[in-house]
Design a protein around this ligand. Structure first.
Ligand code: CTP
Length: 406
């Protein structure tokens, strides 16, 4: 049985002569047991009609971003979520550029920007457009965002030119989608495991209205929790104050201070894997006043600080119930690797994910991250700059490998 059986595929049809092949793709996907819902760009409608897509898919085809009936009934955000994967075929140079740049002027591009599902694109365009540096740049960006690509093939095209640009045949696109989904959720490599993740900043109160904090958004930690849940793990996410939604299928414990985070982490043990991605405040005000500190003639109050518990080091040193795999992060602004190497020894963890959080790197609060993986044995691996979601998926795959039972 195909992995596509019972899967819901959102098929975005772009405007190109290859759009006629997408009608065949609908049929092929349905033959393998998938249900297909189509979104057509305006360009696509010059080549195929929404009625043809609807007839072949057995579901209404969507075309407009601001369609009253649609918004009342399904809406673009729901379209972006109510599926298991998104396929873009044909992916024109225009769609690829919009996806790479995050532009969303129509329904298809809005759905692509709003979705967190696995995406497969099947590019199709004139050979010169494909080879243009702008399209190649889009391609590189899309790949680094974790988008899977099939094709284009080489051959004679509509304009009687020969070269890369032909859309891959529907059956091969369906094969590529099977491979993508098999890689993502086929094996559920963390099924039966409990993974504990810390994420976000901590807030350390000075008085009832003020606190010390840092710029952590929680994006990387939350993405790891989401990726681990998608890999089949039972996930407990202990999070400081963030504005992110709870990742699906994850138990979220909300805390404010470092001491509360430590208590919540201890309460969540035992765990098979613990990932400490939170940016815990190293210090907290030594005294907490119950009333708001008022301005006075004596000038600013002295702010004495005291050290917070090191949650990672505390857990890594536990004897009875130390998680078998303890992973720390190292947030550095200079000498990233040297500092991270020192940290792995000092904290007693098994693996450190080191990243440059200097203001120029844009990592704190941003969507992308360049990380180095440092092992206890001193091994070093540098990953390319990736979206935080892609870093999370890759890290989770690595953790699954490291804890796999033969
Ligand atoms: N960490 C923790 N508890 C703390 C401080 C840090 O659990 N009180 C964890 C972080 O979640 C991260 C790792 O320790 O996994 C390293 O955090 P980082 O801020 O880079 O290091 P610090 O311990 O603060 O060291 P330094 O200030 O020297 O960079």
């Amino acid at each position: 049985m195909s992995i596509l059986a019972e899967k819901r595929v959102l098929l975005v049809i772009g405007g190109g002569i290859a759009a006629y092949k997408s009608l065949d793709l609908i049929r092929r996907l349905r033959e393998r047991g998938a249900s297909v819902r189509c979104v057509l760009t305006q360009g696509a409608q010059e080549f195929v009609t929404p009625l043809a897509a609807a007839s072949l898919s057995g579901q209404r085809a969507h075309t407009d971003l601001f369609d009253r009936a649609d918004e009342a009934d399904i809406g673009h955000i729901k379209l972006a979520r109510d599926a298991d994967a998104v396929v873009v075929a044909p992916a024109t140079a225009n769609i690829m550029a919009r996806m790479a740049g995050g532009h969303a002027p129509d329904l298809a591009s809005t759905v692509l920007l709003a979705t967190t599902l696995p995406i497969l694109i099947a590019p199709a365009m004139n050979v010169r457009m494909w080879l243009h540096p702008a399209t190649q740049r889009s391609l590189t960006l899309l790949k680094s965002d974790g988008v899977a690509v099939v094709g284009p093939g080489v051959g004679r095209m509509a304009e009687a030119e020969t070269g890369p640009g032909r859309m891959t045949e529907p059956d091969e696109i369906a094969d590529a989608l099977e491979a993508l989904l098999a890689g993502r959720d086929g094996g559920k490599p963390l099924a039966g495991r409990h993974l504990l993740v810390t994420s976000g900043p901590t807030h350390e109160p000075i008085d009832p209205v003020r606190y010390l904090a840092n710029r952590s958004s929680g994006k990387q930690g939350h993405a790891i929790a989401a990726a681990a849940a998608a890999a089949g793990a039972r996930v407990t996410l202990v999070s400081g104050p963030v504005t992110l939604p709870d990742p699906p299928g994850v138990t979220v414990v909300r805390i404010e201070t470092a001491r509360e985070m430590l208590a919540a982490v201890e309460a969540a043990l035992p765990a098979d894997i613990a990932v400490f991605a939170a940016a815990v405040a190293d210090w907290r005000p030594a005294t907490l006043t119950d009333e708001k500190i008022k301005k006075g003639p004596e000038g600013p109050p002295p702010l004495a600080l005291t050290e917070n518990p090191d949650i990672l080091a505390t857990i890594a040193r536990r004897t009875a119930d130390r998680p078998p795999l303890v992973v720390g992060f190292a947030a550095e602004t200079t000498d990233v690797i040297a500092h991270a190497r020192a940290k792995i020894a000092r904290k007693g963890c098994d693996l450190i994910v080191a990243n440059d959080v200097s203001a120029a790197s844009g990592v704190m609060g941003g969507d992308r991250n360049t990380v180095h993986l440092i092992g206890r044995d001193g091994s070093l691996e540098t990953w390319p700059t990736l979206a935080k979601d892609a870093v999370a998926r890759r890290l989770v795959a690595r953790l699954a490998e490291m804890t796999a039972t033969p």
